[in-house]
Design a protein around this ligand. Structure first.
Ligand SMILES: C[S@@+](CC[C@H](N)C(=O)[O-])C[C@H]1O[C@@H](n2cnc3c(N)ncnc32)[C@H](O)[C@@H]1O
Length: 250
């Protein structure tokens, strides 16, 4: 009898595990050029506040080594580059060449560069030395990764003892009455905006579906602990639509 191929979720669809990364790549190649404007439109600019909060919670200092994983067009990397200064180092890393290219152009245009390196890599198998980074951030990236546990273990390996991981990600609304409004917005309005602005309803349908499939606050906390992180805490933002998880390696 033929062996059944193992599957995983891609939004609400089941796809072979080996196919998910390609499907995700298709989404981000397709949205890369309109990514920044869509972020502002979809979140009414609020993603900037979520990211600001993440930067503050990271507590980066001059001279730190920071890895912004699944960093895309570099919102976080740009801010870290200014904080860590010339003695520090920021690596903007993403699996997707189109996103990384947009990020590199954007940071270069803004005069940010000397202390930033660009590395195309899969979060599941990071090409960095053990105990290397003071801070790792992954913003709106983890839910797209096929094997999240493997990725968290890989992040743990490359983090220095005393270092911290910050995971900014969509999560589960905790405010009563918010879920139906949020569902209507995500499944009806988002794909429509995607169609109008980026001529791509499908990618934004995937966005809404992938958010619903992502582990909730408590599950993600447990996953981080299972990967070795200690003192894991999370902060809900915008009623739990987004949460920031933080954990340490000691
Ligand atoms: C929604 S974007 C987030 C970009 C940026 N961090 C931000 O907050 O604006 C998600 C990013 O995750 C990247 N990504 C998806 N799977 C990945 C993986 N396995 N390893 C590294 N990056 C991945 C995508 O290419 C994409 O650039």
């Amino acid at each position: 009898m033929a062996e059944q191929e193992q599957t995983t979720h891609f939004g609400f669809q089941q796809v072979p595990i080996t196919e998910k990364a390609n499907r995700v790549a298709g989404v981000f190649h397709s949205v890369a050029d309109k990514y920044d404007v869509m972020n502002d439109v979809m979140s009414f600019g609020v993603h900037r506040l979520w990211k600001r909060f993440t930067i503050d919670a990271a507590g980066a200092k001059r001279g730190n080594r920071v890895l912004d994983l699944a960093g895309g067009t570099g919102d976080l990397a740009a801010k870290f580059a200014r904080i860590v200064g010339e003695d520090g180092e920021v690596i903007l890393s993403d699996i997707n060449a189109s996103m990384l290219e947009n990020g590199r152009e954007r940071l270069t245009d803004r005069g940010i560069g000397g202390n930033v390196r660009y590395v195309q890599a899969n979060a599941e198998c990071l090409p960095f030395a053990d105990n290397h980074f003071d801070i790792i951030t992954i913003a709106f990236g983890l839910r797209n990764v096929t094997d999240k546990d493997k990725a968290l273990r890989s992040m743990y390996r490359v983090l220095k003892p005393g270092g911290r991981l910050l995971v900014l990600e969509f999560s589960k609304p905790v405010v009563p009455g918010l879920s139906p409004i949020y569902d209507h917005y995500s499944f009806k309005l988002l794909p429509m905006m995607g169609k109008l602005i980026a001529n791509d309803a499908e990618s934004y349908r995937y966005l809404a579906e992938s958010i619903r499939m992502h582990p909730d606050q408590v599950t993600l906390k447990a996953m981080m602990e299972a990967a070795g992180f200690e003192r894991v805490t999370y902060t809900n933002m915008t009623g739990g639509i987004v949460a920031l998880h933080k954990g340490f390696k000691f």
